[in-house]
Design a protein around this ligand. Sequence first.
Ligand SMILES: C[S@@+](CC[C@H](N)C(=O)[O-])C[C@H]1O[C@@H](n2cnc3c(N)ncnc32)[C@H](O)[C@@H]1O
Length: 374
Amino acid sequence: MNRIDYFATTARGLEEILAGELQALGVVEVRPVPGGVHFRGDRTDGYRACLWLRTANRVLQPVATFACASADQLYEGVRNCPWEGFLTPGMTLALDASVRDSALTHSRFAALKGKDAIVDRLRDLRGWRPDIDPAAPDLPVNLHIHKNRCTVSLDLAGDGLHRRGYRLERTVAPLRETLAAGLLLLSGWDGTTPFVDPMCGSGTLPIEAALIATRTAPGLGRGFAFQKWPGFDAGGWQALRDEAHRLRRPAAAPIIGADRDPRALAAARDNAARQPAAGGIRWERSDFARFEPPAGPGTLLCNPPYGERLKDDGALELLYRSIGDTLKQRWTGWTAWLLTGNLEAAKRIGLKATRRVPLWNGPLECRLLKYELY
Ligand SMILES: C[S@@+](CC[C@H](N)C(=O)[O-])C[C@H]1O[C@@H](n2cnc3c(N)ncnc32)[C@H](O)[C@@H]1O
């Protein structure tokens, strides 16, 4: 079998969860490193990873690594890759680059240089030039330059894997879908007991919970760049999708999203309407202090506001104090998980966290705090 090296990227703090997802997919040679997980497999494993991984942001297929201390080295290294095997006439191209601790310092410049190298090679070798389509390229290429070494990768998905196809509405601070799924997997919730997000905002956590509970592949509702690539195995891809449809099952326990803000709930309902697996979610408009939990045991998971604006007038500390009071009074028998970027405010909860998991919500360092409410 033709083995391919892959690298799936994820939010810092979720590498072990992503490695676990890959192992559950039956992939071997899984190796987590900061920011992602290396794995090896055949072409179908790459497709399967895009279809099934809940916590990966991208699935990359590295095609070359070389020393890159100058623009010329970058150009030569990229030009030496066999692009005529990856691009056929009519296909569009786009490059994105990240640059860190290197002589080259501008990612836009690196991406432009890399693009020139690809276009020049195809023009000289084959006599045609690919068009550039930054929005939806058939072949998205990623350049990762770190300590003067460049890794050139094909990006199997194109659009980030967090784009499941259900979210259009944007409320103030939605969680990234891949992070929301990571929190759920970290909590160990398996869909057999009730799940509540009492501050659900645009509904990301309940919707991702519904995807897990119904064993729905998160990528079923979207397309991927690799479908446009030469040698795409349409039959193998269809078989994977058929299998994913067969594996779906009804949710076994209630999934509830609540929020006090009617606009947030409207966005959540709207998002859920675009995801068939989310049809069974119960949405409720309620303040957390008045929300009536279903009979436990169950899992409560939410990310309360931790914004700067609230901090000024002490409102944030009051909010966290009241969350603590409500958990103590109403949620006996439940396990509660809170993601917060404000550890000072979180002290006001007044309960002892039995786990504290460091995670990054974008650039913001957070903690996922676990409370067992006996
Ligand atoms: C950071 S947002 C949650 C974002 C959400 N996880 C998402 O992905 O869209 C916090 C939410 O808590 C809600 N909220 C704040 N205080 C609340 C309270 N006391 N009861 C219920 N909801 C509250 C806000 O309306 C807001 O929608």
